[in-house]
Write a new protein. Structure first.
Length: 147
């Protein structure tokens, strides 16, 4: 079952259950998938994943903005949508798993210091695409290469 089919089925279930919070998140996903379908590159599993990650990140950032403006009601809506979208993402890697992948890649690339960060980051991000936040990976690569 493709992601689009799963989303459509879940939209129907949310409508029947009258779960408006979940329905909003699902409709946002469906909208993003429709935009991907009509894009010149077309829709791929990787583009679906990137789109979902971007949506989660946007909603979390927006929720933080709302919190700084004392709008907890709007922040709660954004966070609930982010939670719904996150259920369609793969399970994220733990920090230990990410470190292990980085160390393996540093050995493969014969990287020796911070100057090799670019080639290590490129290889690591391909391996863990969609399973870890880029900022976390970048911080860990810097930390490990500077040791």
């Amino acid at each position: 079952m493709s992601l689009e089919e799963k989303i459509n089925a879940d939209i129907k279930a949310a409508m029947l259950a009258k779960d408006s919070a979940k329905l909003e998140g699902l409709r946002a996903i469906k909208s993003a998938l429709l935009l991907l379908k009509t894009s010149p590159e077309g829709i791929t599993e990787e583009s679906e994943l990137k789109s979902l990650q971007k949506m989660v990140k946007q909603r979390k950032e927006t929720a933080e903005l709302y919190k700084t403006q004392n709008r907890e009601d709007l922040a709660a809506v954004e966070l609930s949508q982010a939670l719904v979208i996150e259920t369609y993402l793969p399970q994220p890697l733990s920090e230990g798993e990410i470190k292990q992948i980085i160390i393996e890649e540093i050995k493969l690339q014969n990287a020796s210091g911070p100057g090799d960060m670019g080639k290590v980051m490129g290889a690591v991000t391909k391996k863990i695409a969609g399973k870890a936040d880029g900022k976390v990976v970048s911080t860990l690569v810097k930390q490990i290469l500077s040791q």
